[in-house]
Write a protein that binds this ligand. Sequence first.
Ligand SMILES: Nc1ncnc2c1ncn2[C@@H]1O[C@H](COP(=O)(O)OP(=O)(O)OP(=O)(O)O)[C@@H](O)[C@H]1O
Ligand SMILES: [Mg+2]
Length: 339
Amino acid sequence: MSYIEIRDVKRTFEDGQQVLKGVSLSIERGEFITLLGSSGCGKTTLLRSIAGLTGIDSGKIFIDSVDVTGLSPKQRNLAMVFQQHSLFPTMTVHDNIGYGLRFKDMTKEEKERKIKEALELIELEGFEKKYPSQLSGGEQQRVSLARGIVTDPKVLLLDEPFSAIDAKLRKALQIRIKNIHTSLGITTIFVTHDQEEAMRMSDRIYLMHNGKIEQSGSPMDLYLRPQTAYAAGFIGHYNLLTADEWHRACGAVVSDGHYAIRPESVYISGSPWDETADHIYMQGVVRQIIYQGNVIRYSVAVDDIEMDVDQLYEGREELKRGDRAFLRVAEEDLIYYKN
Ligand SMILES: Nc1ncnc2c1ncn2[C@@H]1O[C@H](COP(=O)(O)OP(=O)(O)OP(=O)(O)O)[C@@H](O)[C@H]1O
Ligand SMILES: [Mg+2]
């Protein structure tokens, strides 16, 4: 049995909406996994179910070989950092962090030592006496994190902890959380709707869609081998073409399904390619060029279909907006989904 086992968890809210439709996951001790999915797919509900903050209709949850399905949040010994800021506004940073220790059987000195260690970990030493309103958004999130960690939880549950934070600080906090995970080795379940964040942070990703797990695997596994058209559309910026679009783009005929093509497996040229049987070819017009550091993303209109093409910038002659573009994709880089 894995460290955390979630088996066929279902949850319907009072208004009749089934939000979890049979979710199963297995997480190893010390793993950092991410629940990734669009808004409303059930991520927070699943996290709250694991923490025991909301009930489930059926299914089982095991942590460290103990069936915790019927246990209270306190008995589960997990820490959750919530999507919205949840610090107590009338308590100092010190007291907010210490709050989790109030019922712990520890001496005052031990508690003070734990709080000090937690402050060091989030690098906010000297902030003890400040109130939440005197902190930036990122600092508040770090204090929330410290409040979770200070109790030595078995599992850390992080629900979009960076949702209110700007891009630069987000990256810094991602690194900080990864460092904390590495140094403490706490089994961590992280929730986000941002695929790049998920790829950067996780040992493994569970992609959720509409109350179910769509696919799970390592970040590169999901990126390179999405098993459904939905997964391909969500991860890796795949170009996703319906059968009809496929026909208009390259002339080939399929009756149904989707083709998915990663932007970096499309090659672009200002002049026609010498055609070979193991490639497909398309033609279009460059509509947009976006420089992403050493990668250039071309958006090419093929008929009315927008194809994204990523090319490493190697100092070669570039295409300009409005130029005719000839695209080539190796057959082996195409992924076909029946639906
Ligand atoms: N207490 C509740 N009562 C009724 N419906 C709820 C309740 N909580 C959540 N829902 C519904 O369940 C669905 C899933 O909500 P949930 O908060 O789990 O989504 P999420 O994946 O965390 O989304 P987001 O990325 O926006 O935070 C939504 O459609 C939401 O409206
Ligand atoms: Mg949520």
